[in-house]
Design a protein around this ligand. Structure first.
Ligand code: SAM
Length: 195
């Protein structure tokens, strides 16, 4: 497994880290989470290793193949195989359509939390935009339909939708969240369901 990710799994602050707080993983709560923008699966892995049941949705066939390979390699890691076998599931789909189908289905099948980390259209070549992220963008482009994705997610999630944004970035769709959690460079906007 990627050394940096394993380091974060072990020393990243557990349920006290901003991502876990934003998802609502406190007091032994293990929510069902749809990671509708799986990408390289880093956030999904962290949430799954903390105990969440995570379904990863990715529309890029290349990234889906990479994620599948990653899950197989995780299964072969002593002490970590349970994460890929019990906590993580992978679906190749456009999450907008997938979430709409779930929202129209039985309430019991709908996830508690939908997590979104759409590609943020950085215009500068700043060093802050990490190499890994630049490579990912070259592969999948900017996620210009993030607004539609947020709309579909809010129709589907039973408890909350969490949107990851760089600190200082504008809100997706100009939609005002119910709150947010911040870390050094990142802001997690939280949209709780009111009904
Ligand atoms: C910034 S990356 C996510 C990185 C991820 N959070 C991680 O930890 O590795 C965004 C990813 O979301 C995917 N994506 C964006 N919109 C999507 C959609 N509507 N359905 C499925 N995947 C989508 C893109 O293909 C891209 O791989």
């Amino acid at each position: 497994m990627h050394g940096k990710l394993n380091h974060r799994r072990q020393f990243g602050g557990g349920r006290g880290q901003a991502l876990a707080k934003a998802i609502g993983m406190k007091h032994g709560i293990n929510p069902t989470v749809i990671d509708a923008t799986a990408g390289l699966g880093r956030d999904a892995f962290i949430l799954a290793s903390l105990g969440a049941q995570v379904t990863m949705i990715e529309r890029s066939p290349i990234l889906t193949a990479l994620l599948k390979d990653g899950l197989q390699r995780l299964s072969a890691e002593p002490g970590l195989s349970h994460i890929s076998e019990q906590q993580l599931r992978l679906v190749q789909a456009n999450a907008i359509e997938w979430l709409q189908q779930q929202a129209n289905g039985k309430t019991g099948n709908r996830p508690e939390v939908v997590y979104l980390d759409p590609m943020y259209p950085h215009r500068s070549k700043s060093a802050l935009v990490k190499k890994e992220m630049r490579a990912l963008r070259a592969l999948v482009g900017d996620d210009e339909d993030a607004g539609q994705l947020l709309h579909a997610a809010r129709q589907c999630a039973r408890k909350r939708v969490v949107v990851k944004r760089p600190k200082g970035a504008p809100l997706v769709n100009d939609s005002k969240p119910s709150g947010n959690v911040q870390s050094k460079n990142t802001r997690y906007d939280i949209y709780t369901r009111s009904d």
